[in-house]
Ligand binder design. Structure first.
Ligand code: MN
Length: 204
C-alpha cells in the first residue's frame, strides 16, 4: 500500500509575509500537516490489519480517523496551493470563475464578505470553503468544522481558508478577523480559477 506523503510547499516559508509569518508557515506545514499525513497512514494501516484478520470490531473509530486525518491532509494540500506571494495575487475582474461568482453571489464583494463572515464565525477549529456543487451547478460557501464536518457531500472545494488557531495564533493571537481580512492578499486566484474549470468541466 502506497503511503501518503507531505507535499512540498510551492513557495518559501516566508513567501506569504507579512500576512502569514514564516514561523507559522513552518510549524503549520512540517508539524501540523505532517501529523495528518501520519494519522491517515496509521488509520489506513489499522484498516488493512482489520481486513487481514477479519476482525472489524474497531471499524467505526478507524473510519472516523480516516475521515478526520484524510480531510486534514486534503484540505491542507488545497490550502497551500490556493495561496501565493502577495505581489502575485491578482483578483479576477472577468473570466469564467468571476462570472460564476457574480451569478451565485451577486458580486465579488458580496462573495468575499460572505466567505469572510463564514471564516470568522466557524465555531472552534475549522475552515471556510468555496465549493463547486455539481448537481445544482453552483458555487457554495460552506464552513467545515474540524476538517470534515458540515460539508455538502459531492461538492468540491476550490478555495479554502484554515481558521484553526494553529494557522494564525503566533502572529494574530485571538484576532482571527485580522488574519482573515489580511489573507485575501495572498489568494492565488489563478489556481482557484484552474480548480474551478477542472471541476466544472469534469463533473458539470
Ligand atoms: Mn491547519
Amino acid at each position: 500500500m502506497e503511503e501518503y506523503k507531505l507535499p512540498e510547499l510551492p513557495y518559501a516559508y516566508n513567501a506569504l509575509e507579512p500576512y502569514i509569518d514564516e514561523a507559522t508557515m513552518r510549524l503549520h506545514h512540517t508539524k501540523h500537516h505532517q501529523a495528518y499525513v501520519n494519522g491517515l497512514n496509521a488509520a489506513l494501516k489499522k484498516l488493512k490489519e482489520a481486513q487481514e484478520k477479519g476482525d472489524f470490531s474497531s471499524i467505526q473509530p478507524i473510519l472516523r480517523q480516516i475521515a478526520f486525518h484524510g480531510s486534514g491532509h486534503t484540505m491542507h494540500c488545497i490550502f497551500w496551493s490556493v495561496m501565493c506571494p502577495p505581489q502575485k495575487s491578482k483578483e479576477p475582474t472577468s473570466g469564467k470563475l468571476h462570472s460564476q461568482i457574480v451569478k451565485d453571489f451577486g458580486s465579488m464583494e458580496s462573495f468575499k464578505k460572505t466567505f469572510s463572515e463564514a471564516a470568522k464565525a466557524v465555531e472552534g477549529n475549522g475552515w471556510a470553503v468555496l465549493a463547486w456543487e455539481p448537481i445544482g451547478k453552483r458555487l457554495l460557501v460552506l464552513q467545515a468544522e474540524n476538517h470534515q464536518k458540515l460539508v455538502v457531500q459531492g461538492s468540491v472545494p476550490i478555495l479554502v481558508l484554515d481558521v484553526w488557531e494553529h494557522a494564525y495564533y503566533l502572529k494574530y493571537q485571538n484576532n482571527r478577523a485580522a488574519y482573515v481580512d489580511g489573507w485575501w492578499n495572498v489568494v492565488n486566484w489563478q489556481e482557484v480559477e484552474r480548480r474551478f474549470e477542472v471541476v466544472k468541466n469534469g463533473l458539470g
